[in-house]
Design a protein around this ligand. Sequence first.
Ligand SMILES: C[S@@+](CC[C@H](N)C(=O)[O-])C[C@H]1O[C@@H](n2cnc3c(N)ncnc32)[C@H](O)[C@@H]1O
Length: 227
Amino acid sequence: MSGAAYGVGVGPGDPELITVKALRLIRSAGVVAYLAPEGGESFARAVVAQHLTARQTEIPIVVPMEAARFPAMEVYDAAARTIGAHLRRGEDVAILCQGDPFFYGSFMYLFERLAPDHRVEVVPGVSSLTACAAVSGLPLAGRNDVLAVIPAPLDEQVIEERLAAAPAAAIIKLGRHFAKVRRVLDRLGRTEQAWYVERATLPSQRVLRLADVAADAVPYFAMVLVR
Ligand SMILES: C[S@@+](CC[C@H](N)C(=O)[O-])C[C@H]1O[C@@H](n2cnc3c(N)ncnc32)[C@H](O)[C@@H]1O
């Protein structure tokens, strides 16, 4: 009998922000897979490290950080083959996903490769979007407001158009794109309505007015909320 793959959201960072279902599946899986940056620790694995045991097989999926998509796609092909082999042996595989698996999560690349031939279940998690709203005390949107989620790597003009049309917005994937985002918000006269949230729910969390953020120290795990 084939095993099942579970794309398990582990939440935004606080180990307590994980669902009961996710925890059960992670503890019972014989195999645990997760994305890891080249030469770095997996964020998702670190969140649930205390629940993993030596009897579990771990599959780190090391994704190159280059902008080119092809090397990453080859990595997902290889990871799907490895995970598929475990599933065919009847083992269950928990694939750890930071936040929610289907909210801008790379898990989707594994899902599309595994789902045609295997049983794959997606277990939603607390996403960084709702976590950032919670820790900053900023409701994301209300009434009939449209909420825009804008990836910061987009072109400056596109970000400006999207922001100009949105009463509420979350700008994700900041890192080295922060200065560009700051310029756009300044031009639109919305800097005063913008908050910066870094590493929400972790002990190193920072919540600042956008105007108080130093552009050269912005990490990837940060977002701007505009209301
Ligand atoms: C590729 S997306 C993945 C989102 C993830 N699947 C989720 O549901 O939160 C990564 C982006 O999410 C945001 N993010 C993730 N975790 C965060 C955190 N703890 N605090 C602030 N932003 C976070 C950052 O903008 C980061 O660049």
